[in-house]
Design a protein around this ligand. Structure first.
Ligand code: ZN
Length: 459
């Protein structure tokens, strides 16, 4: 980013800034869009996301390669694993390896990095997490994964015209009017400054979009949303039709989606990789968020924590890192057919409810009373519903649930939910006395995954 803070750049006319920016991006993009990018993009296109066996096999293969690489090139993992790696054959075996806390990861990041030439040290701003050092191939595979997701929804990066709303550090601080966008000719991309998507500049930005006529739009949600609201409020008719809009966010509210879709007359798709240590999540045609299992392994602990292993971070191997994010696995198949796991954000407990087959909604209040009833014998309970016919009751702190207790709980459940449902009581051996999982008392997976795409459009 050095170029952008120079006086040369700041004092140049816009057309020269465009050229300078393109020139800089050319160097960047040679890293990003090298042969590894095209090779991996091709590989992704011949894989079959609906075939569990080949997807798992691929995941296991990538996992073993990652672990081997870490043990050979990273002093930290060498020391940590010793000879323990021979037993790790598949994603499930990962549990034999220790979980790494983020604090330790940050402290030891220099030892975690794969050995490399001297003089390549990365520096981080004070107060920021240390950056992962990534190899060119890491970057290429990450970029290909993102572009493949967009391709599945009809947008082909590099071939098609792309309008991206991103942080506007390419607009010099002194610039108060005029063009808040820059072209990167080489990538067929126009960058719009997200910071300038405010009331006073929006009509200028929209008329520029009308000139540019992008094929697809991507970027930050606040900027795209501000644009969409303005278009809807002013009833502006655009003279271009985008194929799709890709919103980079980990939470995409239904009303925001509707606003964007109605402004641009196409579907808006969510994807997320919040930081370079986050899981790669992307929305499928059925509207569910999948964790891309070609990019790593995502584990969900009983405490509701997320443990992440990523494959395309060989420069700084990221293996079983406990990350500070909240996701809940949805243990049901997605109508899109993909076997990649579906995840979602935890619901707010106030609106939480489970569904009775014959009696409608049962709010968390009722379930709290059940928990209270069994307080003496059961440290903590959690109610999980994956289908309308059945509810699972999880008990923490008891490995084997006594038969009498099981009968009592089932009877209690049947009295509230009705006799026409199945209830199973399961124990969890962990000994923590206070349930601190983010999902809390109940997990309702019924609305997820969305059953079919047209559902969301008809409300
Ligand atoms: Zn799906």
């Amino acid at each position: 980013m050095k170029l952008l803070s120079t006086e040369l750049y700041g004092n140049s006319p816009i057309y020269l800034q465009n050229l300078l920016l393109s020139f800089r991006e050319y160097a960047h993009s040679r890293k990003r869009y090298g042969m590894g990018y095209y090779r991996y993009l091709h590989q992704l296109s011949i894989m079959d996301e609906t075939d569990r066996l080949t997807e798992q096999r691929h995941q296991d293969l990538e996992l073993r390669s990652m672990l081997r690489h870490a043990a050979e090139h990273s002093p930290f993992y060498q020391e940590l694993y010793g000879n323990d790696l021979v037993d790790i054959r598949c994603a499930r075996d990962l549990q034999q390896l220790p979980v790494i806390e983020e604090k330790l990861f940050n402290e030891r990041i220099d030892d975690i990095r794969a050995r490399r030439k001297r003089g390549q040290a990365e520096t981080s701003e004070p107060g920021q997490l240390p950056h992962l050092w990534l190899s060119n191939l890491d970057l290429q595979k990450q970029t290909a994964t993102e572009d493949y997701f967009k391709k599945l929804h009809g947008a082909i990066n590099l071939d098609m015209k792309r309008a991206t709303f991103d942080h506007g550090d390419f607009v010099p601080a002194g610039q108060k009017h005029g063009a808040f966008w820059r072209d990167i000719y080489y990538l067929n991309q126009r960058l719009y400054s997200a910071e300038h998507c405010t009331e006073q500049f929006l009509s200028g930005i929209i008329s520029n979009l009308n000139d540019f006529r992008p094929d697809f739009i991507d970027g930050l949600p606040q900027a795209i949303l501000a644009l969409a609201r303005f278009i809807n409020e002013q009833r502006i008719l655009l003279n271009f039709q985008v194929i799709s809009i890709f919103v980079e966010t980990d939470f995409f509210a239904d009303n925001e989606r509707m606003e964007i879709e109605s402004a641009f007359g196409c579907s808006a798709r969510q994807w997320s990789m919040k930081t370079e240590r986050s899981p790669f999540l992307s929305e499928c045609p059925a509207g569910n968020l999948h964790f891309n299992m070609r990019t790593g392994v995502m584990e969900f602990t009983e405490k509701g924590e997320i443990v992440l292993t990523r494959f395309h971070t060989k420069g700084t191997p990221l293996i079983r890192l406990k990350i500070d994010e909240q996701w809940i696995p949805v243990e049901r198949p997605c109508p899109c057919g993909s076997v990649h796991p579906v995840v979602r954000k935890p619901q707010k407990p106030t609106t939480a409810f489970l569904q009775s087959r014959s009696r409608g909604r049962v709010t968390s209040l009722y379930l709290a009373t059940i928990q209270e009833k069994f307080q003496q014998t059961v440290p903590s309970m959690q109610f999980v519903q994956n289908s309308i016919e059945a509810i699972e009751v999880w008990i923490s702190g008891i490995a084997v649930v006594p038969a009498q207790l099981e009968r009592d709980i089932i009877q209690e459940m049947a009295s509230i939910f009705g006799e026409d449902m199945r209830f199973t009581v399961k124990g969890r051996s962990n000994d923590f006395s206070k349930e601190t999982g983010p999902a809390g008392l109940i997990i309702n997976n019924l609305q997820f995954p969305r059953t079919c795409q047209s559902d969301s459009g008809m409300g």
